[in-house]
Ligand binder design. Structure first.
Ligand code: SF4
Ligand code: SF4
Length: 415
């Protein structure tokens, strides 16, 4: 179970696409945060059948508003959770998503000491970022975020960036991905804002931006450097392993829960909003998760058009909160998301085939090597699977193999 603590509704930015609602001062108390940590530690279901419960990682995330507004609280909770994990012999993964403006050199070092995985929101070039992520007073936040990014790099964090793609910044997309790669990003997560009004011109610019971004991705591979981009990686990995596994689809409420400052439980952090619409609440820290409410969440993609779709086998339009934002239902993706799924698959295949034809070793290891590693894990644990059908195995193991890296190097026709 991945537990995210939404520490506050407050934020110092005013992003054009922000889904968290009104920015008011309501912070999580220490008592609520500790109970959220206890809930994360209570989960002992192993990810893999051969794992001991103690080896099951505990995922604890911090979110907002802007979580670093509550720096002292976040640090205190992280120390508490780290001490508890040490005492109990558990593996703890800490993560925070931040707008970066409040990251100082000292905080970056402290986040590193506490072994946080930090994801920074930065929309790319100055022009792209200023179009969508101004400060609350309207001034640019770009320099402050860039400063934060540099502090993180200097402290030794691998730079992971979320760049939101919206009509206001999409014409900069290719340049934005190039600028983030130049900054040293190890991972660039392009988060589309499906619910914005997208015109035909915007979609054309988006497609061109993805093509330009794919060239940045490929050029980095050719230089021996991986700039992970889930936009392409997820499609290529799905192709390499023959489809999506159960754990690739949305896990809102099942393997993921968010705790609001008041202690209400939501299926994911994005659904907390102002914590006023309780139709999405699946429980409270006082009473725990109400399983019938989780089971009642419709899962997709389940539009009738999906049945005959050639891309269904690796379509990622199952995200309940993305669907909710675009169509008002958790299981039906809208037209923009459907367009994106098909366009990104096309572009990923084009760039993937080119890199395969070039026998690019970094690419082959990045996609097919990881699949092969999972294959070895399956083979080494055959007894754990002996009573399971292949379909059940796919659900249990993230990446069931189709090809090894060595096979990939010798065979040009893979996808
Ligand atoms: S930084 Fe995050 S919470 Fe703050 S306005 Fe932007 S999207 Fe909303
Ligand atoms: S690409 Fe579109 S039509 Fe195809 S499965 Fe996904 S959402 Fe459905």
């Amino acid at each position: 179970m991945h537990v995210t603590l939404v520490l506050t509704h407050a934020c110092n930015l005013a992003c054009s696409y922000c889904y968290t609602g009104e920015k008011f001062d309501r912070e999580m108390t220490w008592e609520t945060a500790v109970r959220g940590v206890e809930m994360a530690f209570a989960e002992r279901r192993p990810l893999y059948p051969w794992q001991q419960p103690e080896a099951t990682p505990i995922d604890l995330g911090f979110f907002g508003g802007e979580p670093l507004i509550c720096w002292e609280m976040m640090e205190r909770v992280a120390v508490y959770a780290r001490d508890k994990a040490l005492r109990e012999g558990r593996v703890l993964r800490l993560a925070v998503t931040t707008n970066g403006t409040l990251v100082t050199a000292e905080r970056a070092r402290r986040l590193r000491e506490l072994e946080f995985e930090v994801t920074l929101s930065l929309d790319g070039t100055r022009e792209a970022h200023d179009a969508t992520r101004p400060q609350r007073g309207g001034q640019s936040s770009y320099e402050a975020v860039l400063r934060g990014a540099r502090h993180l790099i200097e402290a030794g964090h691998p730079l992971e960036v979320i760049a939101v793609v919206a009509p206001g910044n999409v014409r900069q997309l290719g340049a934005s991905v190039a600028s983030l790669a130049d900054l040293g990003a190890k991972q660039i997560i392009l988060n589309p804002c499906y619910e914005e009004p997208w015109g035909d011109d915007d979609l054309a610019a988006w497609e061109q931006g993805m093509r330009d971004a794919a060239l940045v991705y490929a050029d980095a591979m050719r230089a021996g450097r991986v700039v992970a981009m889930p936009t392409f990686d997820n499609k290529l990995l799905a192709a390499a392993k023959g489809g999506l596994a159960g754990c690739d689809s949305c896990s809102a409420g099942e393997r993921e829960v968010a705790v609001s400052p008041q202690g209400n439980l939501y299926p994911c952090a994005r659904m907390v909003g102002e914590d006023r619409d309780h139709r999405l609440v699946i429980g409270h820290l006082d009473t725990g998760i109400e399983t019938p409410k989780v089971k009642a969440i419709p899962r997709g993609p389940s539009d009738p058009a999906c049945e005959s779709c050639a891309e269904k086998w690796r379509c990622g339009a199952s995200c309940a909160c993305a669907n909710l934002a675009e169509t008002g239902t958790t299981n039906v993706p809208g037209g923009v998301q459907c367009w994106y799924e098909q366009a990104s698959a096309r572009i990923a295949d084009e760039i993937g085939l080119r890199l395969i034809e070039e026998r690019d070793p970094t690419f082959l290891q990045w996609i097919y090597g990881r699949v092969a590693d999972a294959s070895a894990a399956v083979r080494a644990n055959q007894e754990a699977f002996q009573n399971e059908t292949p379909a059940q195995q796919i659900k249990r193991v993230r990446r069931l193999p189709v090809l090894s890296a060595a096979q990939a190097s010798n065979n040009g026709e893979l996808l």
